[in-house]
Design a protein around this ligand. Structure first.
Ligand code: SF4
Ligand code: SF4
Ligand code: SF4
Length: 570
């Protein structure tokens, strides 16, 4: 006998006793609407089938989860979904990682029962970040719940009725032309290939072939704790060494670490924050390293843009450094350099196209690919990733601190900035580097710190719905804090729109955030240098080329101006 709390669903109760019930539209705590009915079960004494993801257990209830009748009913649901689905599995980006395909295999589907008219939709690939192909949509509504409830955006919704039902935007405009922030969380939660990132791997292959181009790649902190999952390694495994070896084998001329760029960001952001504190500048200051967050402010709170730091994000800063300081020092023509960023993010594809991201006169970054796209390239090259030996990033641009490593997790930018700001303001070394108050998965974290005799209040937010609450407070004059970190993706970049996609089944039993974030904190703990301002490469770069943090050259290369609906080039 098992005791269950009131409100426990049949699905949850079954999981507790290791009974597997298939699901499709269900996504724990995000989309629990009982819509697709693949999870039906029989309940003794009740007519018809019960939908286990929403039906609550009751005292004395007897449930049958796998009778022949139940299996037939689920099979019919599946047949109906497949009858209106574009079944081009071989050429689908989700081939091998599709929840519909897995169910079809599990149910032994070898033929399509119902054939007839199918809906035809135009593919929306206008944006630099995201492609919608609703010929593959199964109307599970996970993307709607994600966009509306998790992100508080509501860029997409269900329109029409019956056979004509489809997921659409306002007047069916491209996502490019509505209030989408390009956070990519809907891609993460789509069970099939109806939503995907804009693939830029062909361009990267082309540049790798071109002997006249100096092809530099940089990789964000979150990529190293996600990439291994695409090759069957445990969630959160740190594969930095194998990743660098793979990138070298793919033929990149230099493999650099965006963590170095993150150290530059901290130097500039901490300097800007200290200046705002000392000179009574606009407070609270908010971070600016998440392009989906910046786009969100530009579209929703343009009057509050002066709160946003003028710093570029780490990979943009690093691109500008590569095409200026690094190019000059190594006597390379910057027009021949092609910088590729490997990011956990699809919004960074949009960010690199912004007209305000050309610190050297050239694009800071020439292409952005996601963790998933890099995995695809490694697979296309038939590199046995798991068997690869470790290699180190190319130096000196591979030099980075533990502070930079934690940029990939919510609270990490704040913690890294506090390490530097506190030491500069107090004029002495911190006894303890960890700021536990800003760690963890909660969507809004607040802390009050005493730094150099002054009370500094900070807030850390992840997920745009949470950001909206905080921004509404700011708009209404209720913001009583000094520094705000916002990451659009719940949990931060480790859970970004470009990271490996985990099925709802996996997410039901594994805390993906915890595994990936533990891995990043472990990299920080093991780092020889854990504060950005102690990075020797940065000290040299400022001394030899940039001058002072926050100075004239720093502003030219590393800062920008954000403005309402700034133009970008596709
Ligand atoms: S990318 Fe983000 S904002 Fe855009 S539709 Fe998807 S969830 Fe909504
Ligand atoms: S686009 Fe994907 S997540 Fe959205 S309803 Fe269609 S299948 Fe579901
Ligand atoms: S949180 Fe990270 S991955 Fe998500 S949109 Fe922002 S920068 Fe990109």
């Amino acid at each position: 006998m098992f005791k269950y709390k009131n409100g426990t669903t049949i699905l949850e109760a079954a999981k507790k006793v290791n009974i597997d019930i298939p699901t499709l539209c269900f996504l724990k705590e995000i989309n629990e609407i009982g819509d697709c009915r693949i999870c039906v079960v029989e309940v003794e004494g009740k007519r018809g089938f019960a939908t286990s993801c929403i039906q609550k257990v009751e005292e004395g209830m007897v449930v049958h989860t796998n009778t022949a009748k139940v299996i037939e009913a689920r099979r019919t649901v599946l047949d109906l979904i497949l009858s209106n689905h574009d079944r081009e599995c071989l050429t689908c980006v989700r081939n091998g990682n599709c929840e519909l395909q897995r169910l079809a295999q599990e149910f032994g589907v070898t033929d399509i029962q119902y054939r007839g008219e199918r809906n035809k939709h135009e593919i929306d690939d206008k944006s630099p970040s995201i492609v919608r192909d609703f010929n593959k949509c199964i109307l599970c509504r996970r993307c709607i719940s994600t966009c509306k409830n998790v992100q508080g955006i509501g860029a997409i919704d269900c329109t029409e009725r019956g056979f004509s039902s489809c997921i659409s935007t306002f007047e069916n405009h491209s996502l490019n032309d509505v209030n989408c922030t390009f956070c990519g969380q809907c891609i993460q939660n789509c069970p099939v290939g109806a939503l995907k990132e804009k693939d830029n791997t062909s361009l990267v292959w082309e540049k790798l072939k071109d002997e006249d181009t100096y092809v530099v790649v940089q990789t964000a902190p979150a990529v190293r704790v996600g990439l291994g999952e695409e090759f069957g390694l445990p969630i959160g495994t740190n594969v930095a060494g194998k990743m660098v070896t793979a990138l070298k084998r793919l033929g990149f001329d230099k493999v650099f670490d965006t963590n170095t760029g993150a150290d530059f960001t901290i130097m500039e952001e901490a300097t800007e924050f200290i200046e705002r504190i000392k000179n009574h500048g606009v407070l609270p200051m908010t971070t600016s390293c998440c392009p989906a967050w910046v786009r969100f402010v530009e579209m929703n709170y343009p009057d509050l843009l002066d709160h946003v730091s003028s710093c570029k994000s780490p990979h943009q800063m690093f691109g500008a450094i590569i095409k200026s300081y690094y190019a000059k020092k190594n006597n390379i023509d910057p027009s021949k350099i092609f910088v590729i960023s490997v990011m956990p993010c699809i919004a960074k594809k949009f960010e690199r196209t912004r007209e305000d991201m050309q610190g050297t006169g050239f694009d800071d970054v020439d292409a952005v690919i996601t963790t998933r796209e890099l995995a695809r390239m490694i697979k296309q090259a038939h590199i046995e990733f798991v068997e690869l030996p470790d290699s180190g990033f190319d130096n000196p641009m591979g030099e980075a601190t533990g502070a930079a490593a934690i940029f990939g997790v919510t609270g990490g930018v704040m913690e890294a900035a506090l390490r530097t700001a506190a030491e500069i303001l107090e004029g002495k070394k911190l006894e303890r580097l960890e700021f536990e108050q800003v760690r963890g998965e909660q969507g809004i974290k607040k802390a009050c710190l005493n730094i150099a005799g002054k009370e500094i209040k900070v807030v850390v937010v992840s997920g745009l719905n949470n950001a909206r609450k905080v921004m509404d407070d700011m708009k209404n004059g209720k913001a009583d804090y000094d520094f705000l970190e916002v990451m659009a993706c719940p949990g931060g970049c480790i859970m970004g729109g470009g990271q490996p996609i985990k099925s709802s089944k996996t997410r039901n039993v594994v805390n993906v955030f915890k595994k990936r974030s533990d891995s990043l904190y472990s990299i920080d703990e093991k780092s020889a240098i854990r504060k950005s301002h102690e990075n020797p490469y940065l000290k040299q770069a400022y001394k030899e080329y940039i001058g002072e943090p926050g100075g004239h050259e720093a502003h030219k290369l590393l800062h920008t101006t954000y403005g309402a609906m700034k133009k970008y080039r596709i």
